[in-house]
Design a protein around this ligand. Structure first.
Ligand code: SF4
Length: 255
């Protein structure tokens, strides 16, 4: 159902190849989605799938994982679902460090409903509800995930398909809350409104501005000029929610 030039198909391809590489069994895998264009991805997978309400995908996924820790639970959300309307669930999933993988496609607007401003629309940019420029500042999804406690945080783009598949594969095997943010084009709304970034121009922009984290230096590549690091940004081993819960349960049983 995705428009020509949309990044969603490429991101889904990377996810499915990662499933294949890791030999995930469909009956042991649950794809949980929110509302929005990327949330329609569950129409194209043959695993268990749950299409939930807007901003609440992580809450449903938390329930699934807490009930059955053996399942591979993958949550597909857009920027609205994850850190705008669903921002509170995102913070608490990271704080709990629950063993879920969130693949967040950040197209910097509400694409499905007509290109409205979202929490990740960059300051000054034009959308259908900020026609003279966005007066607010944008949320950095990766920084939010890191400070809230996620064990693994990475960023990619659909232009860098192989690198994207690599970080998705790492995230899927990481214990604890793992987040992959994918900066992705929405040429139908965000690109069109901004003139500078329709379809092909947006992919050129990703090619120019996305810098591998090993080479990234904020002085050489300032964020104010649109540069951003891609690759693995955070990798740590704090205990996940289910392990902590089992420890405390065992303590309670002994008392
Ligand atoms: Fe993709 Fe934007 Fe079209 Fe949605 S509206 S399918 S995000 S290009």
């Amino acid at each position: 159902m995705w428009c020509p030039g949309c990044g969603n198909g490429t991101v889904l391809g990377a996810l499915l190849r990662a499933f294949e590489e890791l030999k995930f069994k469909k009956e042991e895998t649950v794809v949980v989605t929110g509302i929005g264009c990327w949330g329609k991805a569950d129409d194209y997978v043959v695993t268990n799938a749950l299409h939930t309400t807007h901003g609440r995908a992580l809450a449903f996924a938390t329930g699934i994982k807490a009930f059955n820790s053996k399942l591979n639970v993958v949550v597909l959300m857009g920027d609205g679902d994850s850190v705008t309307i669903g921002g509170n669930h995102f913070i608490h999933a990271a704080r709990r460090n629950i063993d879920l993988t969130a693949i967040v496609v950040n197209n910097m607007n509400y694409g499905m409903t007509g290109g409205q401003v979202s929490g990740t629309t960059p300051s000054d940019k034009l959308t259908s509800t900020t026609v003279y420029g966005n007066p607010e500042r944008e949320i950095d999804i990766c920084t939010l995930a890191e400070v809230a406690g996620a064990n693994y945080v990475a960023r990619g783009t659909p232009y860098h398909g192989w690198e994207l598949q690599k970080v998705i594969t790492e995230a899927l095997t990481k214990k604890g809350f793992s987040v992959v943010e994918v900066i992705s084009p929405c040429p139908t709304h965000f690109g069109r409104n901004n003139k500078l970034k329709p379809a092909l121009a947006m992919f050129r922009w990703l090619k120019e501005k996305a810098i591998p984290v090993e080479k990234y230096n904020p002085v050489t590549y300032p964020r104010e000029e649109g540069y951003f690091p891609i690759g693995r940004l955070v990798d740590r081993d704090a205990p996940d929610f289910n392990s902590r819960y089992e420890e405390i349960r065992a303590r309670a049983m002994r008392s």
